[in-house]
Ligand binder design. Structure first.
Ligand code: ADP
Ligand code: GN1
Ligand code: MG
Length: 365
């Protein structure tokens, strides 16, 4: 168990160590739930080994997280919320650092969000709507955060066209894992959609879409829900909070949560966009963030869901071609299976684009 006990010794945690277990289903960091005993009281922490292959500058990353969570605490308080529960709290090291380095690993510790649980799939439209409220509110609270003070933790994160040219095409060309022949159809499908990949970044450049401070990784398991009421209480996984588009946050939530199947469903026939879930999320998100969105943003919400889905299909396929070096995988074909599921979802969104746009219109008219 990776000497987690010794690692935790270096942090300002309360009580004595009881146990540590691997936790959650994130694709990037290695996450543990750690239990301490403080005079008979059970105290839980989340300890993470940060993926320094993905995040190369951990100092800048932790500065971002610190700045955003401090800012959010004031906002939550000013809005009558509970800053203890409604944002992440990280625990510093005994040496006064934000993370601890040992054996080439970088570790950080968060308070476990009290009385909370996490979902890997949507169990009801209401639950999904609540996650929309949480991500919409997150964006609203950060609307006056000084964006220029944030470091770009992963440059060009949602620049789909940049990823196509600089990551996807080279991966196909180099074919380092010798897998390209096994996915010619998927490669061709992605290539056929190259034209629309630049749409949103072009609109940013033309001044038609505003850059905002956004989360950029808004899947359902990056929000914690209250154990009793199922209200979405705390947005987590703040590693990609950067200047971005409101559309990315909306689109990524839809991609993950409004699908009729898991992100890695093997039977692509099962993968469809559920319009009721689309509507539920949109209602929640727009109830918080809607007033601040421009007409150009509202007009592109539905498109953004398709674009982000296509982008992730391309990212999974790129990783498959590169030999699985970015996302955690459970079996050798995992990234290919994920890419196929995302492509099936993107195609279904294409078919339902008019209906999706009509739903947004009905919610905003
Ligand atoms: P990754 O980048 O790998 O997705 P996350 O920060 O999202 O890492 O953490 C992985 C999982 O750990 C989350 O989906 C959630 O289940 C759990 N988790 C993370 N931070 C907390 C926290 N502060 N309180 C409770 N659970 C957490
Ligand atoms: C990763 O870290 P996690 O598991 O919440 C990825 C997202 C993808 C997602 C797909 C930093 O999110 O961009 O959309 O997997 N995060 C990073 O499930 O690349
Ligand atoms: Mg996560």
């Amino acid at each position: 168990m990776e000497k987690i006990k010794e690692i935790l010794n270096n942090f300002n945690v309360r009580g004595s160590f009881v146990e540590a277990k691997l936790f959650g289903s994130g694709h990037i960091n290695k996450t543990y739930i750690v239990t301490f005993d403080d005079g008979g009281e059970e105290v839980k922490y989340i300890a993470q080994r940060v993926n320094t292959n993905v995040f190369s500058n951990i100092d800048e990353l932790m500065e971002n997280v610190f700045a955003v969570t401090t800012f959010l605490m004031d906002k939550i308080e000013a809005n009558g919320g509970d800053p203890e529960r409604e944002t992440l709290h990280y625990i510093g090291t005994k040496q006064g650092e934000k993370y601890y380095s040992v054996d080439g690993g970088a570790y950080r510790v968060y308070r476990f969000v009290d009385k909370s649980k996490c979902y890997d799939s949507v169990t009801s439209p209401k639950l999904f709507e609540k996650s929309g409220i949480a991500f919409g509110r997150f964006q609203r609270y950060l609307s006056d955060f000084p964006a220029e003070s944030l470091s770009e933790t992963i440059p060009n994160f949602h620049d789909t066209a940049w990823r196509y040219e600089n990551e996807f095409l080279p991966a196909v060309e180099n074919d380092v894992a010798g897998r390209a022949d096994a996915c010619r159809d998927e490669i061709a499908l992605i290539k056929s959609r190259r034209g629309e990949m630049s749409k949103l970044v072009d609109m940013i450049e033309n001044g038609e879409l505003p850059l905002r401070v956004t989360h950029n990784d808004t899947k359902l398991n990056n929000v914690m829900f209250d154990e009793d009421t199922d209200d979405a209480i705390c947005v987590i996984d703040l590693d990609t909070v950067m200047p971005g588009l409101a559309l990315y946050d909306f689109g990524d939530s839809i991609r993950y949560g409004a699908s009729t199947a898991a992100e890695d469903e093997k039977d692509t026939e099962k993968v469809k966009l559920d319009l009721d879930l689309f509507e539920a999320y949109a209602r929640g998100f727009l109830s918080e963030a809607g007033d601040s969105l421009t007409d150009a943003e509202l007009d592109n919400l539905a498109f953004s869901a398709k674009l982000i889905t296509l982008e992730l299909a391309m990212r999974f396929l790129t990783d498959y071609l590169n030999g699985d070096v970015y996302f955690k995988t459970d079996y050798p074909e995992h990234n290919l299976v994920r890419a196929r599921a995302q492509l099936a979802l993107a195609l279904d969104m294409e078919r339902k684009m008019d209906e999706m746009n009509a739903i947004i219109k009905s919610l905003t008219d």
